[in-house]
Design a protein around this ligand. Structure first.
Ligand code: PMV
Length: 315
């Protein structure tokens, strides 16, 4: 028997960085994300009565990239499956096959989409196998969050607000944004986000981080309510720098920015200064630059793609 699911990635405009409870990934502050429906993870689960443990394999699927997972990433993924199996009292073993249609582990939030897709697939499979009542979105989100915090924001859209142990889908302006990511590097990042969450708590800046994130979230929601795109751009810019400053001011400083990241950011700032308009700009825990355009900014998408596309690939 086989089951299949897919889930989108998401990009946070107010970032989840730091936890108050490690085991179930309770966040130190609320975060707000936009769901990226074109960046997808796919998961297939196959029930195999001949196996004595779960296995991971790459999924062959049209339009997706072969993405071998490191031994450590496979263990983490299979541990998540085990957690969902325990929740449903499942004792059988499975082959988990997965793939993304974008490069993994380089700050395009593949853990969000891949854990959301595995959670959805396993919940569907185990609900069917045990004939259990369907879980609520709240319950699915709690399970997914335990695997990767940011994955709970990939279960809905277009906007998802994650506070503590619940997700909401606020009805905000700008509900059909266009996303592009300027890929500065496809290298797998050297510090995984789990390690980043641990290290940032040692930064002096972390002591007021939760209050800052909360306040910036309030300002951003207000900017959206007033359709003040320029203010939203400024707040989103400040927010990614806040997260990257936590990285560089932790006891063991680390960073993801590359010279080309700064070159792209510099271009985008000048673009805004010269045009009085432009995309929202943010970075995840990686060197790649995420852009969100309003649906009336097609011309700007083209201009910026032409300016940067010669040097970088743009997804
Ligand atoms: O879900 P995790 O533990 O991989 O955390 C990722 C957090 C960031 O992507 C760096 C920021 C965010 O809110 O998505």
């Amino acid at each position: 028997m086989k089951w299949f699911a897919k889930a989108p990635s998401n990009i946070a405009l107010i970032k989840y960085m730091g936890k108050t409870q490690q085991d179930i990934n309770l966040p130190a502050n609320p975060s707000l994300s936009y769901t990226l429906n074109h960046l997808l993870s796919f998961v297939e689960l196959e029930l195999r009565r001949d196996l004595t443990e779960d296995q991971w394999q790459p999924l062959e699927i049209a339009g997706a990239l072969p993405a071998p997972l490191s031994a450590q990433a496979q263990r983490r993924y299979l541990n998540h499956l085990k957690l969902i199996k325990r929740r449903f009292n499942i004792n059988e073993y499975f082959i988990v096959r997965s793939a993304n249609n974008f490069p993994a582990s380089c700050g395009i939030a593949s853990s969000a989409s891949s854990f959301a897709a595995l959670t959805l697939c396993a919940v569907n499979a185990f609900t069917e196998l045990t004939q259990a009542q369907p879980l609520s979105l709240h319950e699915v989100a709690a399970l997914s969050r335990a695997g990767s915090g940011s994955s709970c924001r990939s279960l809905a859209g277009p906007w998802v607000l994650w506070r503590q142990d619940s997700i909401e889908t606020p009805d905000l302006s700008y509900s059909s944004l266009r996303h592009r990511v300027v890929v500065v590097s496809k290298e797998v990042k050297s510090i995984a986000s789990s390690e980043a969450h641990r290290r940032v708590s040692t930064s002096l800046l972390y002591q007021q981080r939760s209050a800052r994130a909360q306040q910036r979230l309030n300002y951003l929601l207000e900017a959206f309510a007033q359709k003040n795109w320029h203010l939203a751009y400024t707040l989103v810019w400040q927010e990614f720098w806040d997260m990257h400053a936590l990285f560089e001011t932790s006891d063991q400083p680390f960073g993801y920015l590359q010279p080309a990241t700064l070159q792209v950011l510099d271009y985008l700032r000048s673009y805004w200064e010269n045009n009085g308009d432009g995309p929202l700009v943010t970075l995840d825990a990686g060197p790649n630059v995420h852009l969100l355009f309003r649906d009336d900014q097609s011309r700007q998408v083209e201009v910026i793609e032409n300016a940067l596309g010669g040097q970088f690939s743009i997804l």
